[in-house]
Every structure is written in C-alpha cells, then in structure tokens.
Design a binder for this molecule. Structure first.
Ligand code: NAD
Length: 376
C-alpha cells in the first residue's frame, strides 16, 4: 500500500495518534505552532459524536474529499486507520521516519469499559503493542503515551505489600492503562525504546469530550432531566488543556527511558462542581438524584502511590517517576525496609488543594457547552 504522504523538509516530525480526539486535536495545533510537522492518525470511531471529531479535523484544515483526506497545510497530514492495522502502521513508520510519537489514541471512558470490554483490549492493549513494535522496528527519539489517573484503584490506604503498591485497577479501562505502563516498562528495558507515560486526569477546555461529568450535568439541565450523581463527596483532579499540552512537550524534551510524569494540580469535589453548575444556571434547587458509588468507580483518584512519592523527583510543576531499576535480589528488598517511605502519603485528589466553587465556575465558563446556551 502506498500512503502517498509527501516528504517534509527538515522539521522534526511527530506522529500524533488520536488526532481527532480532544487532546490530540489541541496538541496538533500546538505542535504546528511550535514548528513541528505532524502526521495525525485516527479511526474516527463513534464512541462519541463523530461530527465533533470531523469538526476538530476541519478546524485543523483536514477534510475528506473524493474519498481522500486532504490537508490545507504542507506540514500536516492525516491517515484514517485503526491501530489494529499493523501493516499500515509499519508502512507509515517506514516511510515517514518519525522523530517523535505521541500516542493518545485509545478507547477512553471508565463506564463504557463495562459495556464494551473488547474495545479496550483491542485499541488500548493490542493497539499500543503495535505502536511499540513499530518503534522497535523504526526507532524514534521518544515515544510519549497517555496513561491515566485510573491506574490506581482500590486498596490505596492499605499497606499490603513491601512496596505498598496500590495497583488494583477497578475497571477494564484502568487495567488497560496500567498494562500500558507495564508493557512500556518492559519494552523500554528490553529494546531500549525511549518511552514516557503521562498520567492524565480530567482535562478540560474547549472542544471537550461530551462523556465527561461537567458536560453530562450541563446536558441534563439543558434537556430538563434530573442530574445523576454517584457521591457528592467524590473528588477528582482537574487539568486545564494548556497544562496537559505543556506536559506532553516537557516529556518529549525531557523524558528519559521508562519515565512516568505526573502534573501537580488541584482537585474538586463533585458537590462543588455541581454547585458551580447550578449557580451558573441560577437553579439552586434543581433535581439531583444521588445513586451511590457504582461498580468500577472510586471516591478519589491517586496519581502517585506513597512508594512512588518517596522516589519521585520533584521537578517543580511535575513529578518524575523513573523506571524501577532495582535488580532481582528480592532478599535485599524483603529484609531491608525503607524508613523514608513512611514519611510520605500517596498523592491523591482528597489530600491536594481543592478548588473553590468560584474557581470552578471560571473553569466551566471556558467550556463550549456553556457558550451554546444563553445564560441570563
Ligand atoms: N481527556 C482526559 O481527561 C483524559 C484523562 C485521562 C487519560 N486520558 C487519555 O488521553 C488520551 C486522549 O484522550 P482524549 O480525551 O483526547 O480522548 P478522545 O476519545 O477524545 O480521543 C481518542 C481518539 O483516539 C481515536 N481512537 C480510539 N481507538 C482507536 C483505534 N483503535 N485506532 C485509531 N484511532 C483510535 C478515537 O477516534 C479518538 O478520536 C487517551 O489515551 C485517554 O485515555 C484522557
């Protein structure tokens, strides 16, 4: 197959998978502004409104005409294909000789993973393996991939092993992201593939995903339906899009083989997010149904475990967790403890700075959904 992608000049070339998605779209704009050339890859699946994905592509200057995807920029190209299509991926890597890969394409969503488990194994695990295999065959300077705050699930307060690990993912989405971190670790160790995982958490900004809580609550009011909430005391980390993009760029430039980066950030309770939305709509007594925590949901998110906090490098805005390079002398690690670890707690959305209702309102008013409605 000939992908007919013309060669670029000497600009650094980045493959962005998931370009039609929320983060991939914003990242592409940013990379082009910074002078990179971008090849975008996406299967434009229908997990949420396909038109939103096509509109994002159009905003980037990419459109389908006569069964061909055309870009109005010489330094931006688009390939519509699936991560499962290894042949296309290999051809793309062979012909394009990417400098960097930012792998964002994935089946997102915690709740949907209960309904469509196969999609998570296909896109998130086999798809990721295909990207790693391409990087193994056609080496790149760095592969940055999206992980998630979901990687840590239950047991977060119980020291049940020598490292007090808390990785008990409680959804298939979480398990697939945790697997990505483990598989990346293995590949970077075995084949010296320079990888950095980024643990993202609720990213907000324009052109956002309609499956996120802030959108769902707002849609409910617009459609005059009750708002469904699981637990008002639930906390979630929040990350503005510009910080997410800074993190990707930082990782591309500074990531070392096998790193995980975590952005320091604030969190909010669901109660305050809800209050902020109801205040914006001036509907303080709007009908809210509290249904309790559903299977696969957790009260708060942990971005770093206590053990990771103890060995993380504090880089100001970020924590860097380097690859665990200890050897396999288990006796040493079982017989000798590390007193330093006891001084740390995990980094979670309950023990970090909480945004006020006023701060949340400011955030909400940056989202498109609030531009669509006429607020009195
Ligand atoms: N947005 C967030 O708040 C957030 C939080 C934590 C982690 N993440 C992770 O960051 C990454 C990007 O998130 P997003 O919000 O932009 O998600 P998104 O769903 O908007 O974008 C993902 C894109 O990947 C594409 N895709 C999915 N499976 C594919 C496949 N098999 N082949 C080709 N393309 C495929 C989809 O069509 C979509 O356009 C994902 O890996 C997600 O899990 C995002």
């Amino acid at each position: 197959m000939n992908l007919l992608i013309q060669d670029y000049n000497d600009k650094l070339k980045v493959l962005v998978t998931g370009i039609a998605g929320f983060i991939g779209f914003h990242l592409t704009k940013r990379l082009l502004d910074e002078g990179y050339s971008v090849v975008g890859f996406d299967n434009i699946n229908d997990y949420y409104d396909v038109q939103l994905k096509l509109d994002r592509l159009k905003e980037l200057g990419i459109e389908e005409k006569d069964n061909q995807w055309i870009s109005n920029k010489s330094n931006l190209k688009f390939v519509k294909a699936d991560l499962l299509d290894k042949e296309i991926l290999l051809e793309l890597f062979e012909t394009q000789k990417f400098d960097y890969v930012v792998h964002l394409a994935a089946q997102a969503g915690v709740r949907y993973s209960l309904e469509a488990p196969q999609k998570y194994l296909d896109s998130n695990i086999t798809g990721f393996l295909n990207i790693l295999e391409c990087c193994r065959n056609y080496p790149v300077k760095h592969l940055v991939f999206a992980s998630s705050s979901s990687v840590y699930g239950l047991n977060s307060k119980i020291p049940f092993s020598i490292e007090d690990r808390t990785d008990s993912p409680i959804s298939l989405y979480a398990a697939s992201k945790k697997s990505n971190e483990l598989i990346a670790h293995t590949y970077s160790h075995l084949f010296k593939i320079p990888t950095t995982g980024l643990r993202f958490f609720t990213v907000y900004g324009p052109w956002g995903r309609p499956d996120m809580a802030m959108h769902l609550f707002t849609e409910a009011i617009i459609n005059k339906k009750p708002i469904t909430v699981t637990d008002l005391a639930m906390t979630r980390f929040l990350m503005p899009m510009n910080k997410a993009l800074e993190l990707v760029l930082f990782a591309l430039k500074n990531g070392k083989n096998g790193d995980t980066f975590v952005q320091k950030t604030s969190a909010a309770t669901i109660k305050d997010i809800l209050t902020a939305i109801l205040e914006i709509f001036k509907k303080p007594n709007y009908k809210v149904e509290i249904i309790g925590t559903r299977h696969g949901e957790k009260k708060y998110e942990s971005l770093l475990t206590r053990e990771e906090m103890a060995r993380a490098n504090d880089l100001g805005d970020y924590f860097r967790i380097s690859k665990d390079d200890r050897d396999l002398n288990y006796d040493l690690f079982f017989l000798k403890g590390n007193k330093k670890i006891s001084k740390f707690s995990d980094y979670n959305s309950d023990n970090t700075n909480q945004l006020s209702v006023t701060q949340i309102k400011k955030i909400l008013l940056t989202l498109d959904i609030f531009n669509k409605i006429k607020l009195k």
